[in-house]
Design a protein. Structure first.
Length: 286
């Protein structure tokens, strides 16, 4: 038995000598985020599969290190770049170049952080969008642009679930709904800000708006809905914005509102509705 124990000890020491100097186990939180990013079904993996299908020359190189990870994409004029995310205290940090395509990886990483920390992905992205809309920073997430060189510093909290203190300040308005008044042509419009999200399909004569709010439909949903209708201006919008003062079912000339619709009704408008949301369907037209 002593001979076997001695042999095992020597084998362990021999294996240890094979490990490169300076090598360390990846940080647990960093590895958790990286694994969520690479997981089958993640937004990053889905985008990667699409790129590989339509742009077969695209090359991906993903490297996990002890204090961060690097994603490098080449051979694709629409999605090339190099992203290095490093742990700094409670956060993953990165410096993005001035190229607009650099921000796409932040979205994928935020979704991976949400998955790792057990947060609702849609709510987390809505919160990030709301911070940007209100020009706020927080301990959860920040994007700070360096005016001297055009780069952007990113910090993403990975230490624990986000507090999201400013959610009730975040409503959908002209700062986040990048669309003007509807016309006779059909359009599809979407936005996700704070707790609320919308999908609108149709024209000025006939449009259906799906409004969702994380949790229950409350004053945040009401403010967002009135803002949305005032921006899109379907026929009958003046009467709606003047008279719709509380979240409630309504039936009036030119519009209708149905609260807390079921999953089947939501599924007729969007696929894979986010969990934890309550939905209303608003229709303008005949």
């Amino acid at each position: 038995m002593k001979k076997i124990a001695k042999t095992m000890l020597l084998l362990t020491l021999a294996l240890a000598l094979l490990i490169p100097a300076g090598w360390a186990e990846p940080d647990a939180a960093v590895k958790g985020v990286y694994d969520a990013l690479m997981a089958e079904g993640s937004d990053y993996s889905a985008a990667k599969a699409i790129n590989m299908e339509y742009f077969p020359d695209t090359k991906y190189e993903e490297t996990l290190e002890d204090d961060g990870f690097t994603i490098a994409i080449s051979g694709n004029e629409y999605a090339s770049g190099n992203w290095r995310f490093t742990r700094d205290g409670d956060a993953l940090t990165a410096t993005l170049s001035a190229e607009s395509t650099q921000t796409m990886m932040v979205i994928y990483v935020v979704k991976a952080v949400a998955s790792y920390l057990g947060m609702n992905g849609s709510l987390t992205m809505g919160y990030v969008n709301g911070l940007s809309m209100l020009d706020l920073t927080s301990d959860d997430f920040s994007l700070i642009r360096n005016e001297t060189d055009g780069t952007t510093d990113v910090r993403i909290n990975i230490a624990g679930p986000w507090a999201m203190e400013a959610l009730d300040q975040m409503v959908i308005d002209e700062r986040s709904l990048f669309y003007g008044a509807l016309t006779g042509e059909s359009a599809s419009i979407a936005a996700n800000v704070g707790k609320t999200m919308i999908v609108a399909n149709g024209s000025a004569d006939d449009v259906t708006i799906l409004l969702g709010e994380y949790g229950e439909l409350d004053e945040v949903a009401l403010k967002s809905l009135v803002n949305i209708v005032g921006i899109l201006q379907p026929k009958g919008w003046e009467a709606f914005t003047a008279g719709y003062t509380e979240m409630a079912d309504a039936q009036a000339e030119g519009y209708s509102v149905r609260l807390n619709v079921d999953a089947a009704t939501v599924g007729e408008i969007i696929e894979d509705a986010p969990e934890g949301y309550s939905f209303a369907v608003v229709h303008f037209g005949k």
